[in-house]
Design a binder for this molecule. Sequence first.
Ligand code: GRF
Length: 203
Amino acid sequence: LNIAILASGSGSNAQAMIDKAAAGVLDVNICCIVCNRPGAGVIERARKAGVTCVVLDHEEFADRESYDREVVQTLQEHGTQLVVLAGYMRMLSTAFLDAFSGRVINIHPALLPSFPGVHGGVDACEYGVKISGCTVHFVEEKMDSGPVIIQAAVPVNPDEEVDDLMQRIHAMEHRIYPQAIQWFAQNRINVWGREVHVAPGKA
Ligand code: GRF
């Protein structure tokens, strides 16, 4: 399976995928990484790993449509079969989602549908939830919505600092995101309405 990772930041999730693919526990080829922010950490990670990284600065495009057109073309040129959003801080246009229908997934640092949004992880902690976690889901037009593929719970420790909790959630992301991708690569994911079913794997 050819996956493309879209990222805007440090790229620790991308790194987890690079490492697991190299270790042979994630059966994918990372055909390219697309980054919209020049200077983002993910670019250096890609370089070190020898993964093609295309930097497309959204500020150089007139609007979302023209930017997304360029991204879609780049993804298609690299033979992308699954689009993996990993800290990609941009909304996707309808044209983008149509081009990769049912083939775009995202990770969010909270238990959706609670606490969507850019600050969802911190919002959950500040709300005082006792259990938080992370969610991998298919991407729909509305932010942080779409059929849930996998979630992991992370209990909040009493008096824990937000940063510490976010770090523990982040570590959990590095486990569940590759798992979701592996299920997809093994063709085990079925979506019925809004419900995702994962077929059992071969023993
Ligand atoms: C993660 O917390 C993810 O849940 C959110 O963006 C962050 C990306 O982190 N969507 P990284 O760049 O992979 O380290």
